[in-house]
Design a binder for this molecule. Structure first.
Ligand code: ADP
Ligand code: MG
Length: 289
């Protein structure tokens, strides 16, 4: 009986999914802290030989410590452009990006950026690849090597530290790429469709592992994906973008009742609320084929 009541309450709470302009309890709690990331009224127009392409129009949001934010939107709408602007790789036409109170004007070690392809260097072994970021900054010492070895151990790559990227599976390579990004201790992680080069089963498994790593290391993360289920399973909030030029259509708090109270992206796919979120996001995405 009690369980039933709880289920009904969850369902009612779910049906009133809190819109981002009204604050949820979680939202209010978060607002009491300083944001890690502030994206302030960003717009982006590319100037090309064939004229102007408006990629992003007036995007504005904040992200708080430890949050995993999923970003979904139709193909070509401006998702990668948004991440590149946040990383400091490209300058927006207007608006600004603030990370931990400082304006972003160029790429920095505070912001880790991981792409669809892992970009591991084939001629370096896994340990050397993982140390690359620190090596560029001239910060490799005994402590750094120990830390790299510990991360590789913790996340199942310990015995592959002397192996070369080609000897690893796609999923393991992606894990190594994440560890390389984590080594420089970024305050913000940007993941651009990090699993889309992998086959479906590997993708499920690795998104589960990577979700757990991000939560474990309490990393503030923005993850672009075109996979709605992946976004729901991993994110605390999901930003839905419109067709190009990308505008924010909605921001949805994700609250899942994961089986056995155990949070892991795969496990949380079994949550009773999952389907509702899926249908809602699918409708809002407004995909025409
Ligand atoms: P998404 O990642 O959502 O698929 P992108 O951010 O890659 O979308 O691209 C958004 C739009 O901007 C597309 O129409 C794309 O062709 C255009 N675009 C992206 N990069 C450039 C560029 N460097 N110069 C001109 N147009 C670009
Ligand atoms: Mg893209």
């Amino acid at each position: 009986m009690l369980l039933k009541v709880i289920n009904v309450i969850t369902l009612i709470a779910f049906m009133n999914i809190i819109k981002y302009d009204k604050l949820s309890a979680k939202g209010e709690l978060l607002m009491s802290k300083n944001p890690v990331l502030e994206v302030k009224n960003i717009s982006m127009i590319y100037h090309t030989l064939n004229g102007e392409v408006e990629a992003i129009s007036d995007i504005d949001f904040k992200v708080y410590e430890g949050e995993i934010i999923g970003i979904v939107g139709p193909s070509g709408c401006g998702k990668s452009t948004l991440l590149s602007i946040i990383s400091g790789l490209i300058t927006p036409s207007s608006g600004e990006v603030i990370v931990k109170g400082r304006k972003v004007t160029k790429p920095s070690k505070n912001i880790g950026y991981m792409f669809q392809r892992d970009h591991l260097l084939e001629w370096r072994n896994i340990l050397q690849n993982v140390l690359l970021g620190l090596e560029i900054q001239n910060r490799v010492d005994k402590k750094a090597v120990e830390k790299a070895e510990k991360l590789l151990d913790t996340y199942g790559l310990g015995e592959f530290k002397e192996s070369y990227p080609r000897q690893l599976s796609g999923g393991m390579r992606q894990r190594a790429a994440l560890i390389r990004t984590l080594m420089v201790e970024p305050e913000l992680l940007l993941l651009d469709e990090p699993f889309s080069a992998l086959d479906y089963q590997t993708r499920l498994a690795i998104s589960d592992e990577i979700g757990l790593i991000l939560k474990n290391e309490n990393k503030t993360t923005l993850m672009v994906t075109h996979d709605i289920a992946e976004a729901i399973s991993i994110s605390d909030r999901i930003i839905i973008l419109s067709n190009r030029p990308a505008k924010i259509k909605d921001i949805i708090d994700i609250e899942l009742t994961c089986p056995n109270n155990k949070w892991s992206p795969i496990n949380c796919r079994e949550a009773p609320e999952f389907r509702h979120y899926f249908n809602r996001i699918w409708k809002e995405l407004d995909i025409h084929v």
